[in-house]
Ligand binder design. Structure first.
Ligand code: SAH
Ligand code: SF4
Length: 438
């Protein structure tokens, strides 16, 4: 492909991300790039992450007439997201003569797998790389009744919760839609979970060289390994709202990855201004990283609290569209020894959740250690006592079993190139991020 190709125009959204509060660089449109798509060295355009309409627009720009562009986009979309196909040659209802035309101009990418690790408890972690060489991670957690994929929304995180390893990463960039949905696609690849068989489009065009002789294809709901998605990997998903929303739309689309919104949970540290939009525009389950019940402690361990305080956060939860007793909001609470784990804290937690009349459940997460962390996990007795108080207050408060600790895949352990920073370096980094937060 050359720059003369008409497909290649627009600005890229894939540069390193300024920490909020810093002066944003003026975005300079880079010729030869398609907006929101990480550019590739070979100049072809990666369709991964694009909705049907944009695929059709690209096909039209590349020379198809409107009707053909729409039809091809519908077929290609289905093959990409519903069937997991990565080669145009495998799209059997598209004319054989058409396939090289597509291959010359487009690709169906996946994030590159740099390393795949398997925990002794069955948890799997993948170190992934974007086309422009940024590393991030995703984790798959199999359970008896479900399989949960923990998806990243950013490379690193601009926030700096003191107990979270991801918060110690300096470099941050938003993941693109393709890089977010690409994680789910990769997991399906690795788990061997794409439906096999024929496309059953009414408009299949076998007449001009397409093949239509495969078996019926479709997902079967039983035996599915990947049943749930949690936006709980690296990054703050509500600081990358548009891309997360667009990626989850592809995941929820019946003609796409076809996963129910009831099986998707988005976790936020409390970016209040985006919470209502999350309910309205995405409609997934909400989890909130509360972790403390007093201003002093939450200011210290979840510094975004200085900007968006506990009471306002709980009010935003009370207003969250779609929350009900049938769809409760999960409050995550990391158990830190002598920091937030007293009986008094537990009673205050119950009081607050009741004051705001929240349809709530509490998830108690034993702190997962990482090199350089300044906290310890609460004792099992303390966690039990805390949990009992919340349960007696009428709110479910199970203790989450840490998974994948042996491969640093547990909550808050994700961090690529895990170099150990000195305490002084960490303090400097936290100070920088806090200034940026404003
Ligand atoms: N940024 C989002 C989602 C990713 S973190 C958020 O903060 O909600 C997923 C969960 O793991 C959050 O509740 C986070 O606070 C928690 N967590 C972070 N570090 C942890 C650690 N070291 N041990 C246990 N839980 C941790
Ligand atoms: Fe970012 Fe979430 Fe980690 Fe806080 S807990 S630093 S918001 S990833």
């Amino acid at each position: 492909m050359t720059d003369a190709n008409p497909i290649l125009s627009g600005a890229s959204g894939a540069g390193p991300m300024p920490i909020p509060g810093h002066i944003d660089p003026v975005p300079v449109p880079r010729p030869g790039l398609v907006e929101g798509v990480t550019p590739r060295e070979d100049g072809r355009v990666d369709l991964m992450g694009l909705p049907k309409k944009r695929i059709a627009d690209l096909f039209e720009t590349a020379g198809l007439d409107l009707k053909a562009a729409k039809l091809r986009a519908k077929q290609v979309y289905h093959w990409i997201y519903h069937r997991g196909v990565t080669e145009f040659e495998a799209m059997t209802d598209i004319a054989k003569t058409m396939r090289p035309w597509l291959t010359e101009r487009f690709v169906i990418g996946r994030p590159e797998i740099v390393e795949a690790q398997h925990s002794s408890d069955g948890t799997r972690k993948w170190l992934l790389r974007t086309a422009d060489a940024h590393d991030f991670e995703m984790v798959f957690i199999p359970d008896a009744d479900r399989g949960t994929l923990c998806v990243s929304s950013q490379v690193g995180c601009t926030l700096n919760c003191r107990f979270c390893h991801t918060g110690t990463m300096r470099l941050v960039r938003n993941l693109t839609v393709g890089e977010i949905v690409g994680q789910v696609m990769l997991a399906r690849d690795a788990l061997g979970e794409w439906p096999k068989g024929r496309m059953d489009f009414a408009f299949g065009d076998g007449v001009d060289g397409a093949e239509t002789d495969e078996d019926e294809g479709g997902y079967s709901s039983d035996g599915r390994l990947l049943t749930n998605i949690v936006m709980m990997g690296m990054g703050e998903p509500l600081y990358n709202f548009d891309n997360v929303r667009d990626a989850l739309k592809l995941v929820m689309d019946g003609d796409g990855l076809a996963l129910s919104k009831r099986r998707i949970t988005l976790s936020t540290s409390g970016v209040i201004p985006q919470m209502a939009r999350c309910g309205e525009e995405i409609g997934v389950n909400l989890a909130v990283s509360l972790h403390a019940v007093t201003k002093d402690v939450r200011d210290e361990i979840v510094p975004i609290n200085k900007k968006y305080g506990i009471e306002d956060l709980l009010q935003a939860c009370a207003d969250y569209p779609g929350a009900s007793n049938a769809r409760r909001i999960t409050f995550e609470y990391v158990m830190l020894k002598d920091k937030n784990d007293s009986d008094e804290d537990a009673r205050e937690l119950v009081r607050l959740l009741k004051q705001f009349n929240l349809p709530a459940k509490v998830n108690l997460i034993p702190f997962n250690p990482w090199p350089g962390a300044q906290y310890e996990c609460s004792t099992p007795e303390r966690i039990k006592s805390f949990s009992d108080i919340v349960f007696k207050g009428g709110i479910s408060a199970p203790v989450r079993t840490p998974r994948g600790r042996d491969i640093d895949a547990a909550c808050g352990q994700l961090k690529t190139a895990a170099e150990k920073k000195s305490r002084a370096e960490l303090e400097r980094l936290y100070a920088e991020k806090e200034v940026a937060l404003g």
